[in-house]
Design a protein around this ligand. Sequence first.
Ligand SMILES: Nc1ncnc2c1ncn2[C@@H]1O[C@H](COP(=O)(O)OP(=O)(O)OP(=O)(O)O)[C@@H](O)[C@H]1O
Length: 344
Amino acid sequence: MIRFKDVSKQYSTKDGGLTAVNDVNIEINDGEIFGIVGYSGAGKSTLVRMLDGLEAPSTGEIDIDGTDVAKLSGSALRKQRQKIGMIFQHFNLLWSRTVIDNVALPLEIAKVPKNKRLQRAESLIKLVGLEGREHSYPSELSGGQKQRVGIARALANEPTILISDEATSALDPDTTNEVLELLLKINKEMNLTILLITHEMHAIAKTCDKVAVMDSGQVVESGTVFEVFRHPQQQVTKNFVSEEFTTQKGDTTMTLEELVKKYPEGQLVRLIFHGPQAELPIVSDVIKRYPDLTISIISGAIHQTQEGALGSLDLQFIGDESKINDALGYLKTMRVGTEVIHHE
Ligand SMILES: Nc1ncnc2c1ncn2[C@@H]1O[C@H](COP(=O)(O)OP(=O)(O)OP(=O)(O)O)[C@@H](O)[C@H]1O
């Protein structure tokens, strides 16, 4: 288990002190895929550097399986670091080395005999689906393939934790999905704990069991992905969830701003429902119950999360405000998440 307990990190800068991480408490269970989402500067990378022992917290404790990482040094710290694999946005591969030599590099550093390390590298290359590319150079690979090499290399020392720091941020949507599928596969096959640092809510929705939302160094919201998507509490979380719901592929690629511009009248309301609710005639019920309201369906999308499908439906309500409020109240009694995204 990974435990951040009352963790803060201050940097001294020429303008005085800067709190990069502010009183963070997070618990991550073994085998979990845990997402940390936040905009640039929220403190995500600082948190990860402290987990890897590259930075010490100013206050608080970071435990991995009961060991306080900040108290380790020398060979104990190096040994602890071997339990953590990392993958990065820009892959950090050695360009003069072939795929197999990149993957075997951590084993070389750990002084594993040549035969053994090549054997392990080969099995990892197979695991990440790069068989046949062992002797290619990184420059001969696509972005997705480079990240597969990064993943194989990160697994070389048989870590128990994998940190993915914006590892899909430089990839196109299809390649992102392939890499996320691979992370899901190795999580299941190796019971690896994965910490997914990202600003992409889509990556969180697709892979994570739980998520913590960071803003200005603080964890402002956390919980299961399903609950955070259904009932985002803080504005920053609402923005992330909204981005994911409005930047879906297909017909609904309008941003919130474009939606509001196109449908300025009345109220634009986003309904969020999950699996079994999708089968209930909730929308037709509302239309029948409130005949004085004009209710138009604007867009909809389905999102797969680890706990099942979540649907979003954007509706435009035109009519008397108190009747609209009654209709929204009715939807709430049906346990449908409602969020007014624009009010005339
Ligand atoms: N070594 C440092 N010295 C001073 N300030 C720092 C240092 N490292 C990070 N910071 C500051 O701490 C804050 C958090 O940075 P951090 O890199 O952890 O955020 P982030 O969420 O990972 O963002 P990004 O995705 O852009 O890296 C920022 O204001 C950043 O400028």
